[in-house]
Structures are given as structure tokens and as C-alpha cells.
Design a protein around this ligand. Sequence first.
Ligand SMILES: [Zn+2]
Length: 363
Amino acid sequence: MATRTTDQELVAEFSEDHGRRDEDEYGRERESKRRRRAGPEVIACFGYHPWFCHLLHLGSPDQEVNKEGHYASIFLPSEASTSYTSQKQLLSEILPDLPEPISVQPLIEQMRTHAVQAQKRGSLVMIGEVGLDRSFRVPFPGHKANHCGEHTEVEEHTNTPSVADAEAKIATSGEEEMVKKLNQPELISRSKNLTPFRPSMDHQIALLEMQMDLAVELGINVSLHSVKAQGPTLDFLRRFKKKHGAMFTDRVNVDVHSCGGWSVESWVDAEKHFPNLYLSPSIAISGRTPVTPYLIRAADPSRLLVESDTHLIQDTTKRVWAATVWIAKCRGWKIERTEEDLEEKDIGVVRRLESNWNRFMNL
Ligand SMILES: [Zn+2]
């Protein structure tokens, strides 16, 4: 799954080497469910995550973009806000450490090329992880995490950093957050290292819309990140459905991944309006929200998927299994643990999630 400029090509290459195919090596369709279960399989996801969206501008590549104006429009509150002056001051202090923003337009073109190439060779492909995040704050660009997770003072800089440098710094901050989630809070002191800047919803929505337009154009699914943003996400989806109609709801399935902070009422309402919406609880994120067990119970059983929501490959299997067991316990479903269990008439959590996944991916 790609999230930023530096990993799109890596995902494309990995998918080319290991992409899951709907067909076998002789071009025949995979026949049995048992066969579908076999082997390592990769589904390429291309997209720009909201954590990196402030580094991108919406204009054309040859358009001159004023760096300060770009970041001011995305970071600063309205002039009427009491924090406007102090935040404006802070922005001017960190501006030399922020990269020149780059145009999103060629990046969308590159996403289209990658996705179409994957489709042509029969690999499965999605758009993601894209979405909206109201809790993310941009880390101080002049601070660097050392190997202990402590942070040095502002570094001397001679050159303006590149977008890739800025992305790496944000990703490091995200990894620290993961460490915190793994109960080692002593390794970080996060708030010190974050600016008060949350990228504006307008900017996040504009980027999300461009990427989801591409999903509709190509008829491919979306992995949607929605953190502390259920209101804006639902408003966006309603407007998007009006814009694309059945081209969206019939051709593109959307997984609201980890479903961060959604209320039960909002989810149930969303299911009614969007037949193409799924949710995938994870232990890492959904497990920290007390409402999730209620969400799992209230959701239509056919809309549930499951995920690890971790970037640590060594953790994915156990986290997916832990979330599977959790879903089963919340729903009172049987857990299939052996091949024989999978043959039994009374279907449990594994076959339910499998059949949801097959429907989600149109397999
Ligand atoms: Zn996410």
C-alpha cells in the first residue's frame, strides 16, 4: 500500500513481482476457494495519505506556487482566530525547513499509469490509503528523531528539504506513534515535536476527491482512512455519490479502514445510503476505541472485513487473526481453526469474512 511520493514505484514493482492474479499461469480463472486461499498474494494500492497531503499543491506543474501562501492556506486558522498571529509567526519560523510543494497532477497521472498497468496484467489493484484525518498534526520539520526516539533541537539547514525528506520525517513520527501504541510511551515525547498545524479539511477533501475520481474512472476499490472525521467523510461521500451516482456505488467498493472514531448511529446510517461501504476493525486502532465492539455488533454482517493496520510485516498475520477472533467474540460467531472446521455447515467468522472479502473485491 502506497502512501507518499517515494513508495508508489516500490508498490508497482512489488505488485509486478508478486501481484495476485485472478487467473492462473495459463490464463484460466481460479476455480476453487481452496485455491484462492493458497499462496502469498499482493494487491497493489496506490494513493496519497492525508498525512502527506500538505506537501502537494493542486495547481499544474508549471504553475508558480508561492510557498508561504501555500502552507498558510493549508495550516493557518482564520484571521479572526485568537491563535492566528502566533501560528503565522510559527509558520514563518519553520518555513525554511518545509519543502517547496509539488503539483499533485503528475502524481495522479502516475497513479493512473500504475493502476492501469496492474489491471492489464491481471493483478488486483486499489486506490489507497487515501482519506481524511482531523487528528494528525504536522511534526516540526527541523527536529530529527534519533535512534532512542529522543529529539534534537532544530538542526542547521543549508538547503530547503525535498518533499521526500519531509515525507520521511512524517513517517518517522508515525512510527513513533506506533511505538507508543505498543505501550512503550517512555520512548517518545510526542507533543513536543508536533506543530499545531492540522492540514485544512478543504485541502484534504480536494486531494481525496481527485484520487477517488480516479477510482471511479477505473472501477477499482478504495481503502479509506477516516480519523476523527466521520462528519466530513460522510458529507464528502454523499456529495461524491451525487456526482457519480451508480458509477460510484455499483463499481467501487470502499473500505473505511479501522473506522476511527465513527459512532454506531453514523455507521448504520451510512450503510443504508452506501451499499458499497465496508468497515475493517483492527486491534491497533479500532481496539483503542471503546465504541468499536458496539460498531461490530451493529454493522450488517455482510459489511465486515478485517485488517492489521500495521506497517510491520512481521505483525500482520497475528494482528489480522487477533481482530478476527475479536469480531467473532463480539458477534458470537464460531471460529474456524482447522481445515475440517472450514468444511462444516455452520459457517463461522473465517468464512463470513472470506465471503465478504470476495464480494468486496468482486472475486
Ligand atoms: Zn489509515
